[in-house]
Design a protein around this ligand. Structure first.
Ligand code: NAD
Ligand code: ZN
Ligand code: ZN
Length: 337
């Protein structure tokens, strides 16, 4: 089977022929149909973060495909079923985080395409208890981006407290942001979309953003304060300056949700303002299996649109360049069928 492999953080990925992996007792082997390109895969391949993956490794945590083999202990999925392989490859299942619905905070978790090989491959192994069934009728090319970009922003909106009548700033209308904008609208919020490319600003308008701001030429915080300030700001742009602008856009009592993970990500917090304004700043990491099931259900109901273009896995390196240049539509998805 073919896989795209990172051997060195400073070198392009290499397409390699690898042996078809055999699932262990708790694992399934998935024949990948669609594999989304999340900006996290670029951070992984470049070794951008304090905890680095160990090369050689196969990136990819928006994998969707058909279970073609299952170990003897697999109980929740069967051969022939379509499943998603998300970032949370597995967790311990027993710690206080795991048993209280916060499996994404488990300190003993593994991560697809990071600490274990991921979905940039024709076939991939995954834990039978942590793959998420994809409902019938969902296009695998849509299900792939929903498996990270979707679930991450759906969860970020949940923890932000956004609801009907609130004002939500979505900073960065890329893979994550174009879905965040839709979840904010579904929550009943007034939406403010921010980006730095003409195409993404046009996409935000097309998706129904109430206000669209161009951070290249507009003072985002000043413009949002003119509207009354944001109850919640969802930080999805790979830019420290955008975090600062999102923080300064909040109204009193507002919540900044940090999601993007730039290399050397930093946010300077003025303590006096944060205290007097009763500001909340929280981090949000992907979402649970339950969150992803909800994301799939919303999509099956026709409530969300995935904006994407397909590519060949062989073109993975030029795809990374495309995403870094901001030229892409919201998401690139490798079509492996
Ligand atoms: P992306 O490249 O598709 O989107 C980023 C968007 O931000 C682009 O549209 C870009 O034009 C825009 N942008 C760049 N600079 C900006 C600025 N100054 N102001 C406003 N917009 C700006 O990336 P993505 O796949 O959506 O991922 C975004 C980030 O989220 C990455 O750092 C990724 O690693 C991270 N991520 C985090 C989680 C999590 O669970 N916390 C999950 C997935 C991805
Ligand atoms: Zn991701
Ligand atoms: Zn745990």
């Amino acid at each position: 089977m073919k896989a795209a492999v990172v051997h060195d953080f400073t070198q392009p990925l290499v397409i390699e022929e690898r042996p078809v992996p055999e699932p262990g007792p708790h694992q399934v082997r998935v024949r990948i149909e669609a594999s989304g390109l999340c900006h996290t895969d670029i951070h992984a391949a470049h070794g951008d973060w304090p905890v680095r993956p160990t090369p050689p490794f196969v990136p990819g945590h928006e994998g969707v495909g058909i279970v073609e083999a299952a170990g003897a202990e697999v109980r929740h999925v069967t051969v022939g079923e379509r499943v998603a392989i998300p970032w949370l490859a597995d967790a311990c299942g027993r710690c206080d985080h795991c048993v209280s619905g916060w499996e994404t905070l488990c300190t003993r978790q593994h991560n697809s395409g990071y600490s274990v090989d991921g979905a940039y491959a024709e076939q991939a192994l995954a834990h039978g208890d942590y793959v998420v069934p994809v409902p019938d009728g969902l296009d695998p090319l849509d299900a792939a981006p929903l498996s990270c970009a979707g679930v991450t922003t759906y969860k970020a909106l949940k923890v932000s407290g956004a609801g009907p009548g609130t004002r939500v700033l979505v900073s960065g209308i890329g893979g994550l942001g174009h879905l965040a904008l839709q979840y904010a609208r579904l929550a009943g919020a007034e939406t403010v979309a921010v980006d730095v490319t003409d195409d993404k600003l046009a996409l935000a308008r097309e998706l129904g953003a109430d206000h669209v701001l161009d951070a290249r030429v507009q003072d985002v915080a000043a413009e949002v304060q003119k509207l009354g300030g944001a109850h919640a700001a969802i930080a999805l742009a790979v830019s420290n300056a955008s975090f600062q602008a999102a923080y300064a856009s909040l109204r009193r009592g507002g919540t900044l949700v940090l999601v993007a993970l730039p290399a050397e990500g930093r946010l300077e917090l003025p303590v006096f303002d944060t205290v007097l304004n009763g500001t909340r700043v929280i981090g949000s990491i992907v979402g649970t299996r339950q969150d992803l099931a909800e994301v799939f259900r919303l999509h099956a109901l026709g409530r969300t649109r995935v904006i994407r273009e397909t590519r060949r896995l062989a073109d993975v390196n030029t795809c990374f360049d495309e995403v870094l240049s901001g030229r892409t539509p919201a998401r690139l998805v490798f079509d492996l069928r």
